[in-house]
Design a protein around this ligand. Structure first.
Ligand SMILES: Nc1nc(=O)c2c([nH]1)NC[C@@H]1CN(c3ccc(C(=O)N[C@@H](CCC(=O)O)C(=O)O)cc3)C=[N+]21
Length: 285
């Protein structure tokens, strides 16, 4: 029988620790503050930005939102980022993705000063992750590792298969698994023989953005499944539901599975808040 690893419950514990850290920072004269920049009116982004604001306020982090129109130029966005970089009262900066087509995301993400880059997407933080030299760790990959820490005591030598090669999840989570001395195979939906490769895994991190991709016969008995997928699909009754990348109903021979929703998603937000207090602590140094 599969153990369901509820990310929303683990996130709540993380938030309790973050709340205490916020109080400590306040006592040291720092009011941890997160600036979230939203460009355009993407409905999913609205949901996530709202969730981030509510979660930040619940732990005492000041959340400031900057909403720009969909036609905003890259230059105007870069000017706002420069202002936020220079503002000593702002400790974390997050520019909600995706951005409208006229804006080059990598230029924008590269413009955020690395010590305020609470997404961990800046090349400096990516480099620090790759070399294991500190820095801010991307929220979803960090959330995956904190969930795995709940069920795995010793990672050394375990076989991990990451499905998905995005800069946001696939590549960084593979690095974190490597740091733990797993043997890591990074795959993607075009990988030939993907089911056979997945079947060798003690740990599967499914981050391909492909609903129900990981079938039951891709999973060896006793494997641990981290489902990062957040796929919105329309049901027969026309309602939109969120499903993961794992065909959960076929995987009751797995040892552990994170559900979608209430799995990795809430951990992403909890780790954003944790990164924000880490960045604020840096401001004290
Ligand atoms: N610069 C940037 N950083 C991000 O971290 C970032 C982003 N842009 N763009 C969009 C993605 C997506 N993302 C999620 C956050 C929380 C949930 C989450 O809490 N999901 C709930 C369900 C939410 C719902 O009902 O839709 C769950 O899985 O239980 C999901 C997805 C952060 N993102």
């Amino acid at each position: 029988m599969t153990a369901i690893l509820r990310g929303d419950l683990v996130a709540r514990e993380l938030d309790d620790a973050t709340r205490i850290e916020v109080e400590r920072l306040r006592a040291d004269g720092i009011d941890p503050s997160l600036a979230v920049v939203l460009v355009g009116e993407d409905p999913a982004s609205e949901i996530y930005v709202r969730r981030k604001r509510l979660a930040a306020e619940a732990v005492g982090i000041r959340s400031i939102e900057h909403r720009l129109g969909a036609a905003t130029s890259q230059q105007s966005l870069l000017a706002l980022i420069a202002t936020l970089n220079a503002d000593p009262g702002i400790h974390g900066i997050l520019v909600q993705l995706p951005l409208p087509p006229q804006i080059a995301s990598d230029e924008v993400l590269g413009a955020i000063t690395p010590h305020k880059d609470v997404d961990g997407f800046h090349p400096v933080n990516v480099g620090r992750l790759s070399t294991g030299t500190g820095g801010l760790i991307p929220c979803t990959p960090l959330g995956c590792m904190l969930l795995l820490d709940r069920v795995i005591a010793d990672f050394r030598g375990l076989k991990a298969v990451v499905i998905g090669k995005s800069n946001i999840v696939g590549k960084p989570v593979a690095m974190l698994l490597l740091e733990r001395e797993c043997t890591v195979t990074i795959t993607h939906i075009h990988t030939r023989g993907l089911p056979e490769i997945a079947r060798t895994a003690d740990i599967i991190v499914a981050a391909a953005g492909s609903p129900g991709l990981v079938r039951g016969d891709w999973v060896k008995p006793g494997a641990v499944l981290i489902d990062v997928g957040i796929n919105r699909i329309a049901r027969e009754d026309g309602k939109t539901v969120i499903v993961g990348d794992v065909a959960a109903n076929e995987c009751d021979h797995a040892a552990v599975l994170t559900p979608v929703p209430r799995g990795v998603g809430p951990m992403t937000i909890a780790c954003l808040l944790r990164n924000t207090v880490q960045a604020a602590r840096l401001a004290l140094a």
